[in-house]
Ligand binder design. Structure first.
Ligand code: HDD
Length: 669
C-alpha cells in the first residue's frame, strides 16, 4: 500500500501521535490524505434516475439497415459494437428500493466506430409531458415533497396526482405507470423504447422516421403489487442482484433491437402527431423490424467508476442518426450535457474511460478541471499552419451533417393543435390488456389514490379516467368509496373512437411460456429426500432456470443420502416473494417444526396469494394446512410431486409463470 504519491505506507492502523496516549500530529500526511479523500468521495446523485445498475456488453447487427441508414453500426451484419447499459428507477433516490412502482430507465451507450451513440430510453414507450419546459415541474411533483422530504421512490402522494390530474397530457403515461410495466420482475424481462421519433439518414441524405424498441429474449414478466411491497423489504436490491447473478453465472441477458420505420405519408395519415412523445405507433400498424441483438456479458469492475460516472446524453448521435422536432427531445438535448457537467464536476467528464469514445478522437478543446487529453504540440486552434497538411479549415466528407430540414415559423410559445388528444391512446392501451392486467391497473389506481389525502384530487383523476374507460373509472371510484362519479374532465379533443386493441401492449400476451431464466425456491429440512430434490433441481436446470434452497438453517444440512447441503436462505430471510415458483420438500420431522414457524406460513400464503405454482411432497401437507391451504382450499397450481416425471411436469407448468385464475379467489375488496 502506498500514498497517492506512491510512497510506501508503514502502518495503516494507527495515526501518528505524540506518545501512545497523546494528540494526533498534523504532520501525518498519510492520515490527512486518506481522510481528505474519503471526505470527497460523494458526487451529486442524478436529479432523476439516481438509482441505477449497469453492465457491459455488445450490440451485434443481424439485419443490415444500409438501405435506410448510413451509420456504420447498421451496415455490416455480424459486426459487434461495444455497449454499456444502465437501468434505473426514475423517482427514487440512490439508496431507495428496486421494485417500486415507477418507470425504468433503459439507457444504452454504443461505442461505434464513428463515435458514441446514446439511446437514452425507458421501459415505457410514451412520456408524461409533451414539452421539456414542464420536466422540472413533473419531477418536483413526483419526487418527495420539499417540506417533509417524503414519500420517497413512489408516486402514491398528493403532489404527483395533483400535477398529473392537472395535466391531461399525462393520462396515457399514467395508465402505463399504473400497469404492471411499472413493477418489472427483472431488468432482463422488460422492453426498452427510444420513445421519440428519430430520423435515420441514408447515403443520399434521405430521411426515414424511426422508433427504437428493445425486445427481451426471455419475454416480458412483472410481479404483482403486494409482492413488490414485500420484495422491497426482503431485498431492496432485487433487480441489481438479479442482473449480477445472471451475468456472473454466464446467463447473459439479451434483447433484440427493433425499428419501426415510416415516412411522411404515414405520418400525415396517422391520427396523432408523430412528434408527440405521449403517443406511440402500434406495432400492428407499423411492424417492428428486428435488426440486431444486445447482449450484456460483463459486470463493471467498479460501480462508481463505470455505472455512477457514465454520462448519457441524448445529443450523442452519429452520422446516419438525427433528431426530429419532438419538443421533449429538443429540450433533453440541452439538459443532459448540462447535468453531466454539474454531476461530474466539469466539462472533461468525456475523458472518463466509461464516457470516452473507443474510436480515435481529436479536437482543440483543452484545459478545465481534471483534463486528461490536451492537444499535443503547438497547434490548439483552427485553421492553423502547423498541422499536416498545412492550412484549413478542415472538412470531412463523412463528418456529421444535420438533416437539412426546412424550418420556418413565427416565434411563439404554443402547443401544436395536433398534440391536443390526451385520451384516445390511453383507451387503446387499456383495451389492449387482458382482464387480469386491467384489474391490476384498477387496483393500482385505487392504491395510489387511496394514499392521496385530498379528495378533490382523487375525484379529478377519476374525471380523466372516464374518458379512458367507463368501467375503469367506475371501478376506481368504487375502490375509493367515491360517490357520485365526478363529471368527465373537459376534453380538448373528442376521443378517437374505434382504435383497435394492440396485443403488443400487453405483458401477459407477450410472456415467455417457459421457466427459462426464472428462479425456483425449494424449502428443505435436514434429511431431505435426495432423489426428489435432485429431480426438481434437474428439471429446473434443464429449463435453464435457477434453484435456491431455503431451510431452517443455512449450514449443517444433509440430504437423505448423507450428502452435505448448503441452503442459500434461512427461512425468515428467504420469503417466497423472491422466487417465481416454490417447492416444499420437508421431512416429516422438519414439517412438524415448520408448521409452527410464522415465516413459513407467510411463505406459503404469499406464494398462494401471488398466484404462484407450489410443488409439495406428502410431508408438506401439514405445513400447507397450517398456512390455511387445506386440500379443499387448493387449486390446480398446488401440485403434489413424488417422482422425476412429476418434477418435470411441474417445471413445465411453471412456464405459465402464474395461475392467474387464482387471483379472483384471493382478493375480496
Ligand atoms: Fe431524462 C436521466 C430517460 C425526459 C432530463 N433520463 C435520464 C435517464 C434516463 C432518462 C434513462 C438515466 C440515464 C442514466 O442511466 O444515467 N428522460 C428519459 C426519457 C425521457 C426523458 C425516456 C422522455 C422520453 N429527461 C427528460 C426530459 C428532461 C430530462 C424532458 C429535461 C428536460 N434525464 C434528464 C436529466 C438526467 C436524466 C436531468 C438526470 C441524470 C442524467 O440526466 O444523467 O438530464
Amino acid at each position: 500500500m502506498t500514498t497517492q504519491q506512491g510512497v510506501a505506507v508503514s502502518d495503516d492502523q494507527n495515526t501518528l501521535r505524540a506518545g501512545a496516549n497523546g494528540p494526533a500530529l498534523m504532520e501525518d500526511f498519510h492520515f490527512r490524505e486518506k481522510i481528505f479523500h474519503f471526505d470527497h468521495e460523494r458526487i451529486p446523485e442524478r436529479v432523476v434516475h439516481a438509482r441505477g445498475y449497469g453492465a457491459h456488453g455488445y450490440f451485434e447487427l443481424t439485419d443490415s439497415l444500409a438501405d435506410v441508414c448510413k451509420a456504420d453500426i447498421f451496415r455490416n451484419v455480424g459486426e459487434r459494437t461495444p455497449a454499456f447499459v444502465r437501468f434505473s428507477t426514475v423517482a427514487g433516490n440512490k439508496g431507495s428500493a428496486d421494485v417500486v412502482r415507477d418507470v425504468r430507465g433503459f439507457a444504452v451507450k454504443l461505442y461505434t466506430k464513428q463515435g458514441n451513440w446514446d439511446l437514452v430510453g425507458n421501459n415505457i414507450p410514451v412520456f408524461f409531458i409533451q414539452d421539456a419546459i414542464k420536466f422540472p415541474d413533473f419531477v418536483h411533483a413526483a419526487k418527495q415533497a420539499p417540506d417533509r422530504d417524503f414519500p420517497q421512490a413512489q408516486t402514491a402522494h398528493d403532489n404527483f396526482w395533483d400535477f398529473v390530474s392537472l395535466s391531461p397530457e399525462a393520462t396515457h403515461m399514467v395508465c402505463w405507470a399504473m400497469s404492471d410495466r411499472a413493477i418489472p420482475r427483472s431488468f432482463r424481462f422488460m422492453e426498452g423504447f427510444g420513445v421519440h421519433t428519430f430520423r435515420l439518414i441514408d447515403d443520399e441524405g434521405r430521411s426515414t422516421y424511426v422508433k427504437f424498441h428493445w425486445k427481451p429474449k426471455l419475454g416480458l414478466q412483472s410481479v404483482v403489487w403486494n409482492e413488490a411491497l414485500k420484495i422491497n423489504g426482503a431485498d431492496p436490491d432485487f433487480h441489481r442482484r438479479d442482473l449480477w447473478q445472471s451475468i456472473t453465472s454466464g446467463n447473459f441477458p439479451e434483447w433484440e433491437l427493433g425499428v419501426q420505420l415510416f415516412d411522411d405519408e404515414f405520418a400525415d395519415s396517422f391520427p396523432f402527431d408523430i412528434l408527440d412523445p405521449t403517443k406511440l405507433i402500434p406495432e400492428e400498424l407499423v411492424p417492428v423490424r428486428r435488426v440486431g441483438r444486445l447482449v450484456l456479458d460483463r459486470m463493471p469492475d467498479n460501480f462508481f467508476a463505470e455505472t455512477e460516472q457514465v454520462a448519457f446524453c441524448t445529443q450523442n448521435v452519429v452520422p446516419g442518426i438525427d433528431f426530429t422536432n419532438d419538443p421533449l427531445l429538443q429540450g433533453r438535448n440541452f439538459s443532459y450535457l448540462d447535468t453531466q457537467t454539474k454531476r461530474l464536476g466539469g466539462p472533461n467528464f468525456t475523458h472518463i474511460p466509461i464516457n470516452a469514445p473507443k474510436c480515435p478522437f481529436h479536437n482543440f478543446q483543452q484545459d478545465g478541471h481534471m483534463a486528461m487529453h490536451n492537444p499535443k504540440g503547438r497547434a490548439n486552434y483552427e485553421p492553423n499552419s502547423w498541422s499536416q497538411p498545412a492550412g484549413g479549415p478542415r472538412e470531412s466528407a463523412d463528418g456529421y451533417r444535420s438533416y437539412p430540414d426546412t424550418v420556418s415559423g413565427q416565434k411563439v410559445r404554443q402547443r401544436s393543435e395536433s398534440f391536443a388528444d390526451h385520451y384516445s391512446q390511453a383507451r387503446q392501451f387499456f383495451i389492449s390488456q387482458t382482464p387480469v392486467e386491467q384489474t391490476h391497473m384498477r387496483d393500482a389506481f385505487v392504491f395510489e389514490l387511496s394514499k392521496v389525502e385530498t379528495p378533490a384530487i382523487r375525484a379529478r383523476m377519476v374525471s380523466h379516467l372516464l374518458h379512458v374507460d367507463r368501467g375503469l373509472a367506475e371501478g376506481v371510484a368504487k375502490g375509493l368509496g367515491l360517490s357520485p362519479l365526478p363529471a368527465p374532465a373537459t376534453a380538448a379533443r373528442p376521443v378517437v373512437e374505434g382504435l383497435p386493441p394492440s396485443p403488443a401492449l400487453s405483458i401477459l400476451k407477450n410472456g415467455p411460456d417457459s421457466f427459462t431464466g426464472r428462479k425456483l425456491g425449494i424449502v428443505v429440512t435436514n434429511g431431505v429426500d435426495a432423489t426428489l430434490l435432485a429431480a426438481l433441481r434437474d428439471a429446473a436446470e434443464n429449463a435453464d432456470a435457477t434453484v435456491e434452497l431455503i431451510a431452517p438453517t443455512v449450514g449443517g444440512l444433509k440430504d437423505s443420502a448423507g450428502h452435505d447441503l448448503t441452503a442459500q436462505q434461512k427461512i425468515n430471510g428467504g420469503p417466497s416473494v423472491l422466487y417465481d415458483a416454490v417447492a416444499l420438500l420437508p421431512t416429516v420431522e422438519g414439517a412438524n417444526a415448520l408448521r409452527h414457524e410464522a415465516t413459513m406460513r407467510d411463505f406459503i400464503s404469499d406464494a398462494f396469494a401471488h398466484a404462484k405454482f407450489i410443488a409439495h411432497n406428502d410431508a408438506a401437507e401439514i405445513v400447507l394446512a397450517a398456512a390455511g391451504l387445506h386440500p379443499k382450499a387448493r387449486d390446480s397450481g398446488v401440485i403434489a410431486v413424488h417422482s422425476a416425471q412429476d418434477a418435470a411436469r411441474f417445471i413445465q407448468t411453471c412456464g405459465a409463470l402464474r395461475l392467474w385464475e387464482r387471483e379472483g379467489h384471493v382478493h375480496a375488496v
